[in-house]
Design a binder for this molecule. Structure first.
Ligand code: ARG
Length: 463
């Protein structure tokens, strides 16, 4: 009968599973990428079973040797993945039995695919998080370098995408650094909850064998053992949490992308991106499109989708394991791949950004960006802020009518609006005067940008 059903669970079945259903329920096409972690988990399980007296030394060694050879076969591209064997777990187990005979069938003692798959995903995700953390750090290093080089570069700062006040380009770049620092922290925190071991939960209730979970926990480098077998096999909150952290990081990269797209446009021209991060148009010869940022902005949607998908996947499930959970992998894999690749593209691209300092400066000179500085100047002369706001409003109105920025008006012109204005006003109306005046922690002054860069370097060095 097992021959006919061709399945390791075929014993209680009297007809083979429908060919379409077999394909429909199989996950091997996508879960085969867990093979390394599946084998790692199996080696730890076999090692523990021997110490617990369930396997003898020869059996353990045969299993471990067989699993290592299977890993080599997979990595050499010589492994025959079979859809009729459903998933990565049964493919590897069946191959083990092919290779080492009936001892291979003992590996699954005291274990179920339910705790096996939950363990595999956690091991896999832990490694992915580590790679992603490395890419965040690399991107942050690039931002620090560029911010330091551009600590004195003045550009317009925006609110409502309207010119607001001058800022330094270095300061603007360091805003991205801050967001990425929080993304990093979130992933480090998420990793702690990923790094808990469900192995030993078995199908749902635990197992009658004298397993020693402390041993597998230590062998696999988990920080803790899951405290309840039903929860251990069923919840995928760790994957959802990862997708939430990944969504926030992608949202940040998407906003960053939007700025790069704007800045490279003919209307802004604040920066140039090297050709290797752009593509042309097949019809418009002049085009150089910022494809990498555009794609990253677009890809953020896949990761938000993964988050929504996994929340929806989980919300209706009764305890404990349900086959629904097989659907956790594709969104999780896609979210991790998308975040990693987007970070990688940004980490490669950011050091290659070429700022166009003169154009940024000219843009900051337009749009009355030092109007607040003039109001603050009048406050220092003793006027109440609300009155100063009004006075400067009139000066701006005059500037709009005459086509002059505040710094381009003569002293007489400025004094029409307040007799308190003296010729010391021009120092505050310059871009440098404006940014240098915001000289406190978190402010835009070049000195503060340099201080923030050294704080940032210390932060990265402590990772
Ligand atoms: N392929 C399954 C998954 O990804 C493995 C666990 C299946 N367990 C079961 N009892 N059918 O979730």
């Amino acid at each position: 009968m097992t021959d006919k059903t061709n399945q390791s669970w075929g014993g209680r079945f009297s007809e083979p599973v429908d060919a379409f259903v077999a394909r429909f329920t199989a996950s091997v096409e996508f879960d085969k990428r867990l093979y390394r972690h599946d084998i790692m988990g199996s080696i730890a399980h076999a090692t523990m079973l021997e110490q617990a007296g369930v396997l003898n030394v020869a059996e353990r060694d045969a299993i471990i040797e067989g699993l290592k050879q299977i890993q080599a076969e997979i990595e050499a591209g010589q492994f025959d993945w079979r859809v009729d064997l459903e998933d990565v777990h049964m493919n590897i187990e069946a191959r083990l039995t092919d290779r080492i005979g009936i001892t291979g069938k003992k590996l699954h003692t005291g274990r179920s695919r339910n705790d096996q798959v939950a363990t595999d995903i956690r091991l896999w995700l832990r490694d992915e998080i580590d790679v992603i953390l490395g890419e965040i750090t690399r991107l942050q290093q690039g931002l620090l370098e560029l911010a330091e080089a551009e600590a004195d570069t003045v550009m317009p700062g925006f609110t409502h995408l309207q010119t607001a006040q001058p800022v330094t380009f270095g300061h603007h770049l360091l805003a991205w650094f801050e967001m990425l620092s929080r993304d990093y922290e979130r992933l480090v925190d998420c990793r702690k909850r990923v790094n808990r071991m469900p192995l030993g939960s078995a199908a749902l209730a635990g197992t009658t064998y004298p397993i020693q979970r402390e041993i597998t926990c230590q062998l696999l480098g988990f920080e803790a053992i899951s405290g309840n077998s039903l929860d251990g096999v069923s919840d995928r909150d760790f994957a959802i949490e990862f997708c939430a952290a990944a969504s926030l990081a992608m949202m940040h990269l998407s906003r960053f992308s939007e700025e790069l797209v704007l800045w490279t446009s003919a209307q802004f021209q604040f920066i140039d991106l090297p050709d290797r991060f752009c593509t042309g148009s097949s019809i418009m010869p002049q085009k150089k499109n910022p494809d990498v940022p555009e794609l990253v902005r677009g890809k953020s949607g896949r990761v938000f989708g993964a988050l929504t998908g996994l929340l929806t996947l989980m919300k209706g499930q009764p305890l404990a394991y349900n086959k629904d959970n097989q659907e956790d992998k594709e969104p999780l894999f896609d979210a991790a791949d998308t975040l990693r690749d987007s970070l990688r593209a940004f980490a490669d691209m950011v050091p290659a950004i070429k700022p166009k300092r003169e154009i940024m400066r000219e843009a900051a000179l337009r749009g009355f960006s030092t109007a607040t500085d003039l109001a603050d100047y009048l406050v220092r002369k003793g006027l109440p802020f609300r009155d100063c706001h009004e006075i400067v409003g009139h000066a701006v109105k005059y500037g709009v009518q005459t086509g002059k920025d505040l710094a381009e008006m003569s002293l007489d012109e400025l004094r029409q609006f307040s007799a308190e204005i003296g010729d010391d006003v021009f120092a505050v109306l310059t871009l440098e005067g404006s940014v240098n005046a915001r000289n406190h922690i978190g402010g835009t002054a070049p000195a503060q940008v340099r201080a923030a860069v050294s704080r940032g370097r210390a932060l990265l060095a402590a990772r």
